[in-house]
Write a protein that binds this ligand. Structure first.
Ligand code: CUA
Length: 619
């Protein structure tokens, strides 16, 4: 809405909507949705979320796709779902997981349970370069925001069983952090009976190092942790920079029916890990080789890890924008605790400990807390706004509470539908939150949309937080399961439109149809193919039954939105090549006969003519 004309259009549209809304109110056939609880003021909500055709949204929201193994991209405030980035799961729509490179990246997995994504940061604010996302099978992926494509899947990391406490980045993206949900005897593959859980099963915290230029991930270090379930994390900022915080449950070290056995104690822990000191220890060569990596035991190297008692079964642990407070709640409680970082440091200096867990000192709850904020039942996750504002999701209450750091009183509460897990505020986990919008990531959505049978989507509810009174603006829906999302100002991301020709270093790339064709070495056939509107060259090629065939397709277009797909029928091959890209696919010609290949992506009026034949001569 930059130009005046657009503003006028928008104002006109708003007036129309206002009139329409007032008519609805007077009408006896008022829609059901306008009357029920959790409904919004239609006119205001319509104005605030309406993005006129051709206009752009103000924010991107990147939401974890849970066990779909993908990332969903939304525009805010319209809540339009713009695209899906496949990460841990093959995705036929973009040919992901079918070509040689993405197939190799997925390894032996055809799924991943993605939980928390992390936008890369510079000086504690999103820099719009990369998006990291974890996955339970011990992996973290990097998506390049230049082209919204997955570029690396790192892992499975040794000694990790259930990579839940991940992929939180440090304020200058030095690391993406990882911590284990499940403890096992390590290295993986070691047997120990379940009754030895408390002593022989271990968790680990992992620093996955990130190359500041390329974003490439490598293994930094591992720290041995007691067998608790590490859940969520957040890196310290400013005054607490250099520290990493993870919530954990099952301080009981229990097994069996955890809902009972792991709820006996009043408190669980937030683990505070001094990652800069861990880094120094690792660089100094300390640690024992376990599973092929050096693992540092805090019992042998003191001063690296401390345990902060918190309400039992905590989920989120969130560091305030100034780094001074660490917010953590027991998810069965009615309060959330604000821990004071200065008090934590004083307690560490004074060795004000109540005991230890496997040699890790335990701090005293009363000495490190500043306040218990009566937010409501089931506090899960806190995000921040400008001027000390904080927003906590309440799973049991199905509501969001707003409150202020330092004042510790609830300011407003808004019901959400229903059972909110995480929440996302624009810039809400950075040093400079935007505020403005909040999205509640709800687990239940029944009765909020047309019925689609027993399996229902999840709701992402957009809430206006620009004023003290929060207002519900929009219900969005998605597949399971956005565990977490981040909202970034759209102007921080600068995607490319085509891959420039000069960047294509693939040795099999050909840019001229005269260079296209098949060559043979023994039983290996390499086909260099050109795709350009509306022909594949060659239009047919012949191999012998049993040959190993590599087809390298270069899309020589240099205009945006001109992708070509290449599907080979009966061979389970379906790839997609963006303008300027070369993709390769390798297969064995196991079926004799003649098979068609064709373009799957509507590219021109003669898209339907874009086809060819693979001829497989029988042995
Ligand atoms: Cu190329 Cu359709």
């Amino acid at each position: 809405m930059k130009s005046r004309a657009r503003v006028i259009t928008w104002v006109a549209a708003s007036i129309v909507l206002l009139l329409a809304a007032s008519t609805i109110r007077c009408s006896p056939s008022e829609p059901k949705s306008a009357r029920r609880a959790g409904a919004s003021d239609t006119a205001i909500a319509a104005q605030k979320t309406y993005v006129a055709p051709g206009d752009f949204d103000e924010y991107y929201m990147f939401a974890s796709g849970g066990h779909s193994g993908q990332v969903y991209v939304f525009g805010l405030p319209s809540m339009r779902r713009i695209t899906t980035i496949p990460v841990f799961t093959p995705y036929p729509a973009s040919g992901y997981g079918f070509d040689d490179d993405s197939k190799a990246m997925l390894g032996n997995f055809s799924w991943g349970d993605a939980h928390q994504q992390a936008l890369s940061e510079t000086n504690g604010d999103y820099d719009g370069r990369w998006l990291f996302i974890n996955e339970m099978n011990g992996r973290i992926a990097r998506i390049d925001l230049r082209d919204f494509k997955t570029k690396q899947i790192f892992g499975p990391v040794p000694n990790v069983e259930g990579n839940h406490g991940s992929s939180f980045v440090t304020p200058n993206t030095e690391y993406a952090m990882m911590a284990t949900r499940f403890s096992i005897p390590i290295p993986k593959g070691t047997y120990a009976p379940i009754d030895k859980y408390a002593t022989e099963y271990k968790g680990v915290a992992v620093g996955v190092k990130i190359d500041p230029k390329t974003g490439a991930m490598s293994l930094g270090w591992e720290v041995l942790m007691p067998p608790f379930d590490y859940d969520l994390g957040d890196a310290g900022k400013l005054v607490s920079d250099g520290w990493m915080f993870w919530s954990s449950y099952n301080a009981e070290r229990a097994t069996g029916k955890l809902e009972v056995t792991a709820s006996q104690r009043d408190r669980d822990y937030i683990a505070a890990v001094n990652w800069r000191e861990v880094e120094k220890a690792a660089n100094a060569g300390q640690g024992d080789l376990i599973g092929g990596v050096k693992v540092i035991d805090p019992k042998k190297v003191p001063g690296l890890v401390y345990l902060m008692p918190c309400g039992k079964s905590p989920h989120g642990v969130d560091v305030s924008p100034d780094g001074k407070y660490i917010i953590g709640s027991g998810k069965l409680a009615g309060i959330t605790t604000a821990f004071n970082w200065e008090k934590v440091q004083t307690a560490i200096r004074n060795k004000d400990f109540t005991g230890d867990e496997d040699g890790i000192p335990v701090l005293k709850y009363e000495d490190i807390k500043d306040a218990e904020v009566p937010v409501g039942l089931g506090p899960l996750h806190t995000q921040f706004g400008p001027n000390g504002m904080a927003y906590t999701s309440l799973f049991v209450d199905s509501a969001i509470a707003s409150w202020k750091l330092g004042e510790w009183q609830v300011i407003d509460k808004i019901p959400v539908t229903y059972s909110v897990g995480h929440l996302a505020v624009a810039g809400g986990d950075t040093e400079h939150p935007d505020g403005k919008y909040l999205v509640a990531l709800n687990k239940m959505s029944h009765d909020r949309h047309l019925s689609v049978g027993p399996t229902q989507p999840e709701t992402e509810q957009l809430i206006d937080i620009s004023e003290e009174k929060m207002k519900l603006l929009y219900d969005g829906f998605s597949d399971m399961e956005p565990h977490y999302a981040q909202i970034i100002k759209a102007d921080k991301i600068h995607p490319i439109e085509v891959y420039p020709k000069e960047e294509n270093k693939n040795p099999l790339a050909v840019w001229d149809v005269n260079q296209a064709g098949a060559t043979r070495q023994g039983n290996r056939v390499t086909v260099k193919m050109v795709a350009v509107r509306s022909t594949f060259t060659p239009t047919s090629f012949e191999v012998n039954e049993g040959d190993v065939v590599t087809v390298a397709i270069t899309n020589i277009e240099q205009v945006t939105n001109e992708a070509h797909g290449w599907a080979l029928l009966d061979y389970n091959i379906n790839i997609e090549v963006d303008p300027g890209e070369t993709k390769t696919v390798t297969f064995t010609a196991t079926h004799k006969g003649v098979y068609a290949y064709y373009c799957t992506h509507f590219c021109s009026a003669l898209h339907q003519e874009m086809q060819g034949y693979l001829l497989v001569k029988p042995k």
